[in-house]
Design a protein around this ligand. Structure first.
Ligand code: WAQ
Ligand code: MG
Length: 645
């Protein structure tokens, strides 16, 4: 096995009795390379423009290979700017509209005060306070290197860009950090950057006057005191090797980049594989010839394999054929589509409904059709990717509020005072299984004159009496302006829908690109959804059976010491480490239980979990058995690893 070392060099000179820094560098390298690099670093120390050192500190330290995190370099984008004013404005804009940070101006204004230190400032994006323990030193990020770098040039060849992208990639992947701002304190270097996992590494070519020694670096933090400790520990001690670091901002190879990214995912346990299901959907599944208890599907009511839906599909196919033949606005509207829209409106108690080809498309389309550059969208931090993508497509200013925290939402509404916009939330959160506090959300949206929207993907057919959804669950007389649902989860088919007032649906039929510029769903698909609604109406006990199954499963887990809770059919079981979660899921699969390991980027790094979703047609015995097996497998992990780094 290869042994990896961290090599650090610091050279200084004593001036008036005080040590004065000359140069410093660090590497992560393999044992056989240590002599070569030690010599090269010494050479760099002795031949520096700042002068002759009288003190050189060389440190060589063995690293635990299994702890080294390998990360692909952030994608690079360059934004050309002509003046510091323009550059800082660009930075503020990105911070505000692409990263959803309300205090953007004030944070950028702090930047020049956070430089000329050994380290960087950590700024709490909500309180705007510096929270790193030592304000004179800052937090110094170390234990990182470009995986491929095999050269140390003379100090004159210092490559600001490559060093910064290595640091920026590590910082962007640190827990509880939303991103980073940086201006170099090299008087001759006016290019700086703003970076995050979402926006990548965005270079801004002019951020200060040439000749100015004033730089700065800010890490944007959100969290509590424990979170801060975790962030600092990651920055200061987690070894990181960054792969695919471009030699210059312009360098790229269009295929190699894809290959390296996939290899990297593989190494980090993040590469996905498709599992082929060999039977129709039900409480059991057959994968690779083995029968497993299915705890990973969205088939909450068991309808995806229901014979009544299958019959409806056959009849519809015979009557209507298989394709809709065109856009809804041209030849793609058949009686099945119209009837389904009316029946969904009736089911949800709204004036009208409009169909989409999937829930993802529905979110993307509705949000980007209703909102534009002049809107502010308030979005829960745990909202589903399709909501986030919809917000981005809208090009609105995005303000992210803390998960299900209506006080935080209210604070942000008060602060931003939006003229126009939207408050949007999942109804049931897909990775945690909890429910949006809808009454308060509606009250706040109304008070500020904003549209309200919930995504009932995991609520339709599951939540509320008869599976009617979140509005029924809270016993409200008036629901949100926009309610989105899917036909593909509890309703056992496929497609998405949006319901609300007639004006909303009429508007969307005329303006929504994801409705207009696509072929309508098959009439068979529409007929299947209608059959699912009929089954649900004839069997209102189905959602109840689901709820009591969930209770059996959660109670058994709890009896066995596994801490979990849910308000829906989704039961998150915390594990922490990504690779461990994957290993655990594989082991459970060997023991006949199929559930998914959910990990970064679906949830934050270090918060990997197992996610069980329950089906109404599971038997209580099956669920009790599954919970016991899961508890047996998980117990040692929970004790050894409370989800820390
Ligand atoms: N950890 C934390 N903060 C640091 C570190 C570190 N390892 N090194 C420097 N800083 C802080 C410190 O406060 C400096 O004053 C500030 O960052 C700027 O450091 O794509 O050269 O080394 O072409 O001057 C950006 C490259 C170069 C843009 C940034 O920063 C591009 C740069 P400098
Ligand atoms: Mg530097």
């Amino acid at each position: 096995m290869k042994r990896f070392f961290s090599l650090k060099m610091r050279a200084s000179r004593t001036v008036d009795g005080e040590p004065q820094h000359i140069s410093g560098a660090e590497k992560i390298l393999q044992e056989e390379d240590t002599p070569r690099f030690t010599t090269a670093l010494l050479d760099r120390a002795f031949h520096h423009a700042k002068g002759q050192p009288d003190f050189i500190n060389l440190k060589l330290e063995l690293l635990d290979e299994t702890r080294i995190l390998r990360l692909p370099a952030l994608p690079v984008k360059t934004i050309p700017t002509d003046s510091p004013a323009e550059g800082l404005t660009k930075m503020t804009e990105i911070l505000r509209s692409q990263m959803g940070i309300a205090n953007a101006e004030r944070i950028v204004a702090l930047l020049p005060q956070c430089g000329n230190m050994r380290g960087a400032a950590i700024v709490d994006v909500d309180s705007l306070k510096r929270v790193e323990p030592d304000h004179r030193r800052g937090i110094r990020v170390t234990y990182m290197d470009d995986e491929a770098s095999a050269e140390i040039g003379p100090s004159s060849a210092k490559n600001h860009f490559r060093e910064a992208i290595v640091l920026g990639t590590k910082v962007a992947n640190a827990p509880h950090l939303l991103g980073e701002l940086c201006i170099s304190d090299d008087p001759d270097y006016v290019t700086g950057y703003i970076a995050s996992r979402e926006i990548g590494y965005c270079r801004i070519t002019c951020l200060k006057e040439k000749g100015s020694p004033v730089g700065g670096r800010i890490f944007l933090f959100r969290g509590n005191a424990d979170d801060l400790q975790e962030t600092i520990a990651f920055l200061e001690t987690q070894p990181v090797l960054v792969s695919n670091v471009p030699g210059s901002p312009a360098q790229s190879d269009r295929w190699q980049r894809l290959q390296e990214d996939l290899s990297q995912m593989e190494e980090n346990g993040l590469r996905r594989k498709l599992l082929v299901q060999e039977t129709s959907a039900g409480p059991q599944a057959c994968v690779a010839g083995k029968t497993l208890l299915m705890l990973a599907s969205n088939n909450y009511l068991g309808l995806a394999g229901d014979t009544r839906l299958v019959e409806a599909a056959k009849i519809a196919a015979e009557k209507w054929g298989t394709g809709s033949t065109g856009s809804r606005l041209l030849t793609g509207t058949q009686r099945e589509h119209v009837a389904l829209e009316q029946e969904l409106a009736h089911f949800k108690g709204t004036e009208d409904t409009i169909l989409f080809n999937s829930g993802y498309v529905a979110n993307l389309t509705v949000i980007s059709t209703l909102c534009g550059r002049d809107d502010v969208i308030f979005s829960d931090e745990l909202n589903h990717a399709s909501i986030i993508d919809g917000c981005r497509l809208a090009r609105s200013r995005i303000v992210v509020y803390r998960h299900n925290d209506m006080d935080d939402l209210e604070r942000k509404l008060r602060e931003v005072r939006p003229v126009r916009g939207l408050v949007v939330s999942d109804a049931v959160f897909s990775m945690d299984g909890d429910i949006v506090p809808l009454p308060r959300l509606l009250e706040l949206s109304r008070q500020y004159g904003l549209f309200s929207m919930i995504d009932e993907a995991h609520a339709t057919g599951v939540i509320g009496p008869g599976g009617h959804g979140t509005v029924a669950h809270f016993g409200l007389t008036e629901g949100p302006d926009i309610t989105l649902g899917t036909l593909s989860k509890a309703l056992g088919g496929e497609g998405g829908f949006v319901c609300g007032r007639r004006l909303l649906c009429d508007y969307l039929r005329n303006r929504a690109r994801g409705f207009i510029f696509t072929t309508a769903m098959s009439p068979v698909t529409a007929a299947v959804a209608r059959a699912a609604l009929r089954v649900l109406q004839q069997s209102p006990e189905l959602p109840q059976r689901l709820a009591s199954n969930v209770k059996v499963f959660v109670d058994t887990l709890r009896e066995r010491g596994i801490v979990t809770s849910t308000q829906s059919a989704i039961v998150p079981i915390p594990v922490g480490d990504e690779r461990r979660a994957v290993k655990m899921a594989a082991r459970l699969q060997q023991r006949g239980i199929f559930l998914s390991a959910i990990r970064y980027p679906t949830v934050a790094l270090g918060q990997a979990r197992l996610r069980a979703s329950i089906i109404a047609t599971h038997s209580p015995e099956e669920l009790r058995h599954a919970a016991q097996v899961i508890a047996e497998e998980l117990q040692p992990v929970i004790i050894q690893n409370p989800g820390s780094w």
